[in-house]
Design a protein around this ligand. Structure first.
Ligand SMILES: [Zn+2]
Length: 435
């Protein structure tokens, strides 16, 4: 008898523990259980199909719900049998892939862990439907727009794209109680005017310019606050609120107007972290949202963590800044001191990303995610010139060296001390000091 009581107590304690998933627990779960196995930007439609096959084998409902303009299948995944309808869609912009992988990991986790009390609660309280890749043609080309060249997220009213028509139909046929609109934002988006990247920027999307309140929107503010509090465990200085302007032709705004209040989640970047880290953050965000919706704890959630977020900022940060180098252009007479700011264009992870000079001159007012003090060096363009729009290809010579910069084949005749090329030091790494 005593043994039975002890066993019952242990089981009770375990089940209580089961309910209190901390954000750290969720991140550890992702570390152990995620099925996504390549950088999201490298995931093609065929890779998505592979993920979906795995979900089907686990027993999840995966349906083709439509076709893109290029006749690629558009899928919807479903989990749960509860009364609260949750709809999520990702990659309506083809080059915004982070949440697609996170959704795959989320569904795999939910399906495999239904014996856990808190997952069972999600299964019994919610029905979750998600379209993980609404714009497979854009995803294949790694471009924002669909094959018509239309931004699907500006087609909510005109409905001239097959993908936009499908999205509207999926909503209208089902009338979900809450929507999650999942995107990526520029990697140089900042938290307000700070130099910190906005790695995650949620927004509770109002359905009109007047920002008419509703219980659904208040609920979304509480859910967004729960997401923010969870993510603050990992990125306390890198969460902002997405710009709150009403976009009359966008899907998020119209979903809210049609009766499905939307939370937008924009994923940016974080210096020193790769795309999988962002998938992990998305996973934590989604499961936090589902949990607080399922167990009702959103009702007592304080919305201030969301409401007090700084807004997204831009323009103050570059990927790399070289400070104070003496620029010598062999054909030009006078050397001059200048800072150089470089940005890295967005590409698939497996593609080389162009490093382009975006600003020169006195850049004291801006910051680089990575900065170098080039004051003790002469900086010479490896090819051509050092102007805005040029590729960032530089030779670095210590100032005290005697060099004839006018010679042909300068790099061969006077080997530089350091070379910065294709976004990295290919010679003399560490010589030009990091700031
Ligand atoms: Zn987008």
């Amino acid at each position: 008898m005593r043994f039975a009581i002890v066993t019952l107590f242990i089981l009770f304690a375990l089940s209580m523990n089961d309910f209190s998933q901390t954000p750290e627990d969720l991140a550890t779960i992702w570390d152990k259980q995620h099925i996504s196995n390549k950088f999201p930007s490298d995931v093609r439609h065929s890779d998505l199909k592979n993920y979906l096959e795995q979900l089907k084998k686990l027993g999840l409902k995966v349906e083709e719900v439509g076709r893109s303009g290029g006749n690629r299948e558009i899928y919807q995944v479903e989990f749960g049998r509860g009364p609260l309808k949750v709809f999520m869609w990702s990659q309506m912009h083809g080059d915004e892939p982070t949440a697609t992988s996170a959704l795959m990991d989320m569904f795999a986790f939910l399906q495999k862990n239904r014996e856990h009390a808190w997952v069972k609660k999600i299964e019994e309280s919610l029905t979750i439907r998600a379209v993980p890749m609404l714009n497979p043609d854009g995803a294949e080309l790694y471009q924002r727009r669909n094959l018509q060249g239309i931004d699907i997220n500006r087609d909510a009213r005109a409905l001239q794209t097959p993908e936009g028509q499908l999205l509207k139909k999926l909503r209208d046929d089902w009338i979900p109680a809450i929507g999650f609109n999942l995107h990526n934002q520029q990697s140089l988006t900042t938290v307000g005017n700070s130099k910190n990247q906005a790695t995650i920027s949620p927004l509770v999307v109002y359905g009109d310019a007047a920002k008419t309140p509703s219980e659904g929107l208040s609920r979304n503010e509480r859910v967004a606050a729960a997401i923010v509090e969870a993510l603050q465990k990992f990125i306390p200085n890198n969460i902002a609120r997405y710009d709150d302007g009403f976009a009359p032709t966008a899907f998020g705004d119209n979903f809210t107007a049609w009766g499905t209040p939307v939370i937008l989640i924009e994923t940016g970047a974080l210096v020193g972290k790769d795309e999988m880290y962002l998938v992990r953050l998305n996973f934590v965000a989604f499961l936090t949202a589902l949990r607080v919706l399922a167990d009702g704890s959103e009702k007592t959630q304080d919305p201030r963590a969301y409401l007090s977020l700084k807004e997204n900022g831009s323009g103050g940060v570059y990927h790399i800044v070289f400070r104070g180098g003496n620029i010598v252009i062999p054909e030009e007479k006078q050397p001059y001191r200048s800072d150089i700011a470089i940005n890295i264009d967005r590409r698939r992870a497996s593609f080389p990303a162009p490093n382009i000079i975006r600003e020169i001159g006195d850049l004291a007012a801006v910051a680089g995610l990575e900065e170098y003090s080039a004051g003790d060096f002469i900086v010479v363009p490896r090819y051509g010139s050092i102007k805005v729009g040029d590729a960032a290809e530089f030779l670095f010579y210590k100032k005290d060296r005697q060099i004839d910069f006018t010679v042909k084949e300068l790099e061969k005749q006077f080997p530089p001390d350091a070379i910065f090329s294709t976004g990295k030091w290919i010679k003399g790494e560490g010589l030009v000091p990091k700031r």
